[in-house]
Design a protein around this ligand. Structure first.
Ligand SMILES: *[C@@H]1O[C@H](CO)[C@@H](O)[C@H](O)[C@H]1NC(C)=O
Ligand SMILES: *[C@@H]1O[C@H](CO)[C@@H](O)[C@H](O)[C@H]1NC(C)=O
Ligand SMILES: *[C@@H]1O[C@H](CO)[C@@H](O)[C@H](O)[C@H]1NC(C)=O
Length: 712
């Protein structure tokens, strides 16, 4: 059975032939009943025909991370440790591996490197252990020769195919136990993170939750002996909507079972242990600089915030964060830095005693971002992740990229597109989308990529369900005020020279067109009254062919989507708290009756971009319902590092989280055709390494400016 649509056609045929034959002989009656029963079973399957959802992850398609390492003391070559295929990050050097025996491949190497790391494959993260063997045991040979000849054995430890979809992050390996973050358990409460720390015994695959229920933990680090685990946790406070520095404290608990949990540091994140009673962590200092701090736990007293000594380690004048301690060289830490006048994040060593920094990555690749250092057990090497390949930050144009994602709903094919506001053509065969700048159409399998306009700033796309090859978009700046020049255009995409027809006039932020199923009307939002409200106009002639105001009030109604049966318009609005920036989803009939709230993720919550399923029974949307899943500073820039894609039924039931990651997922849309993953072409153009480091770490020229920027 290829998909349920095809099977329905088959049974329709069987049923029709039986209906005619049953008229001839009475004892065919029972067969008819059997056929009808089969028909109704098939019909109930057909209630959820296989479909596709496509969405955008801000920046993510441009990250091609691999884990690399550099020697600490000697000058030596940078080695790429991971496979160059998957997106690999947040590594950890294991000192030993006591789990299932590793089959040693052809290479004979008594000292393989055991690298534990997070890997994203087909849109879902899992944790792998790679045993990296040097091709020669002759360690007296020149390093560069050795390093060029690696073989690796990959082992999946947790996550990935077969399991529940979730995010896995920040692994540590202690003997047979893997300690890591996972988001596989839902909290049942809006705007709370699903991130919690678990330990899995690799030999038995038994998993234990170490984080208490109702609490989110991030960035776990296990002490050298394995006894203690330190985490950044928002504790009982939960998430207050922070998108830069999370309001976390550091807690310590017993790795074995999560007991003896105690808050040891107020305000801090990303702990890393130097020994059983010392760890480093980062915090944004009162002077505005992200800095490394040291915490010393008492020897003979119970731990508490009062008994733990903390001191600042790195000076003001630069941002230093995501520390990695060395267990053999107590005065050395590796840190990521952002220095004044640099847009790039680099890995440096810091000597706590002499107070001096030593550049590591700047000399290798000055114009590349490097993330989240970690130090080998013998302190000979520092690992980190960065874009593989040249790492050139060229803007990549006309390079289509569709990426399949594992999904918890088998009937839905889920794709990430390297573009914004994608929407499917009525038959599902094409996708229109925008980039900033540009408006494009591409076949749903990624082929035949066409540029409709290269230099326009457009946002939102919608197809006319009744007129072939007609899409609508809004052209003008995004996130702008009511009076900003934004207008809606119809674009005929099938002609050799795409034609643009302006449908709104006066340019008062007319945007987010969505077409009625008969193709005659367009719902959109406009700021023409001084507030962003919803309007309906003629799809053919625009506002000149008829205009009615659908909603009216001193708030913002926006991002509307017309249901396939024509009865509803779903939209996002802040009407429950005008001007607050908090958006919830609402529905209204096109005649202005029936207004109701569909989902609000919580006080101050943000839920946006609703889109109906082709059968009209569900909507897909983006929401902060599941909070943030990792410390934002440990990732490249995301404006709002909390958006995940969800679906729900129109009655508010069956809320389902489709994506689990620490990025910003948004602008989903739903199409009628199941795109088989193997049928999607993924043109692989240049290396994709065009993304920004956290823009809020930018430091401008003068010290005073720096203070303003960093203190803000
Ligand atoms: C990713 O999906 C493709 C297409 O379905 C499949 O061939 C490939 O094996 C998958 N990769 C992994 C690592 O699961
Ligand atoms: C947790 O482990 C410690 C020893 O590591 C033990 O003393 C304690 O009883 C355990 N607590 C629970 C609740 O299992
Ligand atoms: C408004 O439209 C809805 C469905 O689109 C319909 O059920 C309802 O009767 C209409 N109400 C009025 C007052 O026309």
């Amino acid at each position: 059975m290829k998909n349920s649509n095809e099977s329905i056609e088959l049974h329709w045929g069987t049923l029709l032939s039986c209906l005619t034959c049953s008229l001839r002989t009475p004892n065919m009656k029972s067969q008819l009943i059997v056929s009808l029963v089969i028909f109704f079973i098939i019909e109930s399957i057909a209630a959820d025909p296989a479909t596709s959802i496509v969405f955008n992850t801000l920046g993510r398609s441009r990250y091609a991370f691999d884990i690399f390492s550099l020697p600490i003391d000697t000058t030596g070559t940078e080695i790429q440790l991971t496979d160059g295929n998957s997106v690999n990050f947040n590594g950890y050097f294991a000192s030993s591996f006591n789990g299932n025996p590793i089959a040693n491949p052809t290479a004979v190497d008594p000292l393989p490197t055991h690298l534990v790391y997070v890997t994203e494959r087909n849109g879902s993260t899992s944790i792998y252990l790679d045993s990296i063997y040097h091709a020669s045991v002759d360690r007296t040979r020149k390093r560069s020769v050795l390093e060029a000849e690696l073989t690796r054995a990959q082992h999946r430890l947790v996550g990935g195919s077969g399991g529940r979809i979730s995010m896995k992050d920040r692994p540590s390996l202690v003997g047979d136990f893997l300690v890591y973050v996972s988001t596989h358990e839902e909290t049942g409460v809006g705007r709370t993170s699903w991130a919690a720390v678990y330990s899995t015994q690799l030999s038995t695959s038994s998993t234990r939750r170490l984080t208490p229920q109702g609490v989110a933990d991030f960035s776990p680090a296990v002490s050298p002996s394995g006894l203690w685990t330190a985490v950044a946790s928002s504790g009982e406070k939960g998430w207050g909507g922070e998108v830069q520095e999370l309001d976390t404290d550091i807690y310590v608990f017993l790795t074995q079972n999560g007991s003896s949990r105690v808050k040891v540091v107020e305000h801090g994140g990303w702990p890393s242990w130097a020994d059983e009673s010392t760890f480093f962590f980062h915090r944004k200092s009162d002077d505005g600089w992200w800095s490394i701090y040291k915490a010393i736990l008492p020897q003979n007293k119970p731990f508490s915030v009062n008994s733990v000594m903390t001191q600042r380690v790195t000076p003001p004048g630069l941002h230093a964060f995501t520390p990695a301690a060395s267990v053999t060289k107590k005065n050395i830490i590796a840190v990521a830095t952002r220095r004044p006048n640099s847009d790039y994040r680099h890995i440096e060593l810091y000597d706590i005693v002499s107070g001096s920094f030593k550049d590591l990555t700047r000399s290798v690749a000055p114009r590349v971002n490097h993330y989240n250092p970690f130090i080998s057990p013998d302190s000979s090497r520092v690992g980190y992740h960065k874009c593989r390949g040249s790492g050139s930050n060229k803007k990549i144009k006309n390079d289509m990229f569709l990426e399949n994602m594992q999904t918890p709903k088998p009937g839905i094919s889920l794709f990430r597109i390297d573009g914004s506001f994608p929407s499917f053509s009525p038959d599902g065969s094409q996708i229109a989308y925008v980039d900033l700048p540009g408006l494009y159409v591409v076949n749903s399998d990624g082929s035949d990529h066409r540029e409709l306009a290269a230099d326009i700033t457009a946002f939102s796309t919608a197809w006319n369900p009744a007129r072939k090859g007609v899409i609508y978009t809004s052209i003008g700046p995004t996130f702008a005020s009511e009076s900003t020049d934004v207008d809606i255009f119809a674009v005929e995409v099938d002609s050799d020279e795409p034609t643009f027809t302006k449908l709104t006039f006066g340019g008062q932020n007319n945007a987010f067109p969505s077409v009625s199923p008969d193709g005659k009307w367009i719902a959109f939002r406009s700021g023409r009254s001084g507030h962003k409200n919803l309007y309906i106009m003629s799809a053919l002639e625009g506002e000149k062919g008829g205009l009615t105001q659908l909603t009216n009030g001193p708030w913002s109604d926006t991002m509307c989507n017309w249901s396939p049966d024509g009865d509803w318009i779903a939209f996002a609005s802040d009407r429950h708290d005008p001007g607050s920036g908090s958006f919830a989803l609402y529905m209204i009939h096109p005649n202005g009756t029936g207004l109701r709230q569909l989902i609000h993720s919580g006080s101050s919550g943000r839920t946006n971009h609703p889109w109906f399923s082709p059968d009209g029974k569900y909507i897909v949307f983006t929401s902060d319902y599941a909070g943030v899943s990792a410390e934002p500073i440990s990732n490249p820039h995301a404006y709002q590092p909390y958006g995940d894609i969800f679906t729900m039924k129109l009655d508010g039931s069956e809320l389902t989280r489709l994506t689990h990651n620490s990025y910003e997922d948004g602008t989903p849309s739903w199409g009628p055709k199941f795109m088989k993953l193997e049928n999607v072409e993924w043109p692989k153009g240049e290396e994709k390494c065009s993304f920004e480091d956290c823009t809020w770490l930018a430091i401008s020229n003068t010290h005073d400016d720096a203070k303003i920027q960093c203190g803000g």
